[in-house]
Write a protein that binds this ligand. Structure first.
Ligand code: ADP
Length: 200
């Protein structure tokens, strides 16, 4: 970073925006294998938040890779850069006063730690969507596992690339034992205190 870049202070800050919104802002990060249920659960959590009047935005892997990160591949270096850019984008949105939901495989522990550093620990809720590879492969929502087994896709997480499971996520969901509705209820209960509605 150039030494000539100096941060400008603006008069309207994050706390002002949070106060106007009447809720806190933070990042809810869903990690897990492809097909584990990240987008499905994030989608229903966002609906529940929206119904409560919370201002939200969801960042999703495919959308980001078609846009801001269209120059990146699935090599370890590019996966790291993919997550770094998403974390910086999410950080701006948290600064803007939103509750941001992000659903990304994000297989590397060090990349997820980096997100925590970028948005700050207090603004980060890591949710591990824990679904076995066997079940993800059985679901094969996007047909990616079949292609990976046939050698058509390289660097497929769980098949030919590693997934480093979180050791201490704020929340763990086991989709083979919990319904989507149960998972959403569990997540909503957990983040309730974090929302800190100023009119409640
Ligand atoms: P990801 O975003 O992790 O790649 P998706 O949400 O796209 O995964 O796909 C998960 C699939 O698993 C969906 O078809 C969903 O309906 C199914 N599924 C079955 N049971 C569950 C559950 N308990 N939680 C989440 N998804 C589930």
């Amino acid at each position: 970073m150039s030494k000539h870049i100096i941060t400008q202070d603006y008069q309207v800050n994050k706390e002002d925006r949070r106060a106007l919104n009447k809720h806190n802002s933070f990042l809810i990060w869903f990690t897990g294998l492809s097909g584990s249920g990240k987008s499905t659960i994030a989608n229903v959590v966002e609906q529940a938040l929206h119904k409560k009047g919370v201002k939200t935005y969801t960042l999703d892997g495919d959308n980001i890779r078609k846009g801001i990160n269209q120059d990146l591949t699935f090599t370890p270096e590019d996966r790291t850069e993919n997550i770094r850019r998403i974390a910086e984008t999410a950080n701006l949105m948290v600064d803007a006063g939103l509750v941001v939901l992000a659903a990304f495989v994000s297989p590397y522990k060090k990349d997820r730690e980096n997100i925590r550093n970028i948005v700050k620990d207090v603004n980060f809720v890591e949710i591990y969507i824990n679904t076995s590879l066997e079940e993800c492969e059985r679901r094969d929502v996007k047909g990616l596992y079949k292609k990976a087994r046939a050698g058509e896709i390289k660097n497929m997480t769980g098949i030919s690339a590693p997934y480093e499971a979180p050791e201490n996520p704020e929340i763990e969901i086991r989709t083979e034992e919990q319904t989507v509705e149960d998972a959403v209820q569990f997540i909503m209960n957990h983040i309730k205190s974090k929302l800190k509605f100023s009119d409640e």
